[in-house]
Design a protein around this ligand. Sequence first.
Ligand code: NAP
Length: 305
Amino acid sequence: MENDNQYDLVIIGGGPAGTAAALYGVRAGLTAVIIEQMTLGGEICATDRLDNYPAIPDGISGVEFGLLLQKQMDNLKVPIIPARVEKVFFEPDLKEITTSMGIYKGKTVVIATGTEPNLLGIEGETDLRGRGVSYCATCDAAFFRGKTIAVVGGGDAALEETIFLSRFAEKIYLIHRRDEFRGCSWLQDKVLKLPGVEVLWNTTVSRIEGENKVSALQIVQDGADRRLEVDGIFIYAGRLPNTGFLEGVEYEQDERGFIITNEKMETSLEGVYAAGDVRNKFLRQVVTAAADGAIAATAAAQYIF
Ligand code: NAP
């Protein structure tokens, strides 16, 4: 560690992108720190299995992957600050990151904060969150053993988590607003073969009902209202970038707020890089997040030296 919490590379977010940035940064001779408010590993820790990473032929559990990242960071002696970033001040020659555990200063910064769930914004969703409304199958599936649940969405996450949830729930209504899935074809094939899964095409959820826990959904199917009795609902309606701490900072972003970078992961702010799901990109995967982190740290090292 340098004096006064000052580092060459301050990395915000400890998922695959942030940890890869630390790995490449340290190996390039930079001092690096990771600020992570949750568990190291990020979103992958809430994923049942990682099955599409090179050299891991049998897959690996999300939790195990997170533990390996932690071990790697420990080996490299990269400090992990368990803090929430509150605000940032970015000038070309000074970057100051105010966290719930003090101020960190960096010559460069890598933003690798990933995404958060996109809420449906319907009645009952917030009130019943944690009481039948969930955004994390790995965390909550076991509460729904032998029960009837709904999954909302048609992307990779909805399909993958439906497959996982089918090991617990007896019946799953997979609710999608269109008549074709967005998720990849091999996941579609698998989901459509599951005996307990019924796909409700052209359907949206208009209200989540329940006193103390979810008991039913009001849905609109092909334009007609219908009530569906369920014990829970898992929502996978896409994700939004975790960029709340950048409020007031002007930087290039796309129409949904994802950070725009160039091929070197440079943002429109000098010495500030973005890596992983938080940036505007074609493919959001662990392998591409790690690659982004490696590129960002290498570019940061070039900028510093
Ligand atoms: P996504 O691909 O953006 O899919 C979101 C789904 O939610 C879409 O089907 C969308 O419908 C639906 N949706 C959005 N807003 C809605 C609303 N208000 N009401 C109802 N439905 C709504 O998001 P994701 O599945 O979370 O995936 C995010 C990224 O992570 C993707 O790049 C994905 O490939 C990646 N990912 C990969 C894996 C894997 O490879 N194993 C696993 C998980 C995620 P429309 O289709 O009609 O737009």
